[in-house]
Design a protein around this ligand. Sequence first.
Ligand code: AMP
Length: 227
Amino acid sequence: MDNKLVILGPQGCGKGTQAQMLAQSLGLVHISLGDILRWHIEQHTKIGTRVEGCVAAGELVPDDLVDDLMKYRLALHDWNYGFILDGFPRNTAQTQFLLESYQLDASILLDVGEAILLERLAGRRLCSGCGRDYNLASRPPVVPDRCDSCGSTLAPRPDDAPEIVRRRLRDYGEKTRPVLDLLGKRTHVLVVDASRSPQEVQDEIRKRLGLPAAASASDSRVMGSLL
Ligand code: AMP
């Protein structure tokens, strides 16, 4: 089974949701660089202080720091287990670093148009306490503006503001698309239409990776909680 995966796509395409669905039902580790960076910011580490401005402005943080963080995170990983990298690599230099050092099986690109992305991002909310992700349209909290897990208040992500999103999408087009050419030389690349429901997107990814199509009862519970 392909179990060293990369998932790519523009902000708001559903990378995190799809990565978690694959990870939880297939026993893969979900490694999100965005989550790692947000953890550093929340914990007031030196790295957090260094990247806070970049992340809030929706700019890519410097490659040397990204490479160090990913090298450290991947060195911790037990290579007998699969993983899915979410949000990394995002430019040519990061891709070269990744491919020089590690063997991957497949890359998944989630493809969605700008209008749908802007609509989805307008409803995205993040818990200020535990970082859990919500969407007011598709995954709202039980109590408005309160996290179901820890009760803290929900807030929009600063980098989801429309003017920042437009710049991130331009950045994505320029920097991330060439990543696919490089990944395509060393891994199987699937381009998946991600404008559909999370379950439909997940079904197509599984089908095209040759993974079991039908979710088990426990898979359904996991997926249900994510939709
Ligand atoms: P994400 O949660 O993947 O949308 O990432 C949130 C923010 O973290 C991005 O806007 C960047 O500021 C930073 N970031 C995440 N991944 C990377 C990366 N591969 N390279 C540089 N910056 C990144």
